[in-house]
Design a protein. Structure first.
Length: 106
């Protein structure tokens, strides 16, 4: 299998982060994330592990009953990453509102 460039891996990471942001505070299993971004589960798991090392996502190791997962992994956006995304989204929204206001007066 050909190796992907750093730029492409970064774009895939951005897709994952964006998807986790849109479903936040819910979490997804690795297989669900792989299906969403149309990638192989093992490849997706590697990307998720990299994102976890950067503290952008967090692994959920137990189900709602407190039982540890034996083979599955669930992921969610880390609190710090969620706040950064939220701040960025509100900035973009503010800019769009300003731009639409400027053009509506013309």
């Amino acid at each position: 299998m050909p190796r992907l460039s750093k730029e492409k891996r970064d774009r895939i990471s951005e897709q994952i982060l964006h998807h986790l942001f849109t479903i936040s505070p819910e979490s997804l299993f690795t297989s669900g994330i792989a299906k969403e971004i149309a990638r192989d589960e093992e490849f997706t798991k590697g990307i998720l592990t990299e994102l976890e090392k950067k503290k952008l996502i967090a692994e959920i190791k137990k189900n709602k009953d407190g039982v540890s997962y034996a083979k599955r992994q669930r992921w969610r956006l880390s609190n710090q990453a969620f706040e950064a995304y939220k701040k960025h989204q509100s900035t973009i929204q503010s800019q769009q509102n300003l731009n639409s206001g400027v053009f509506s007066n013309i």
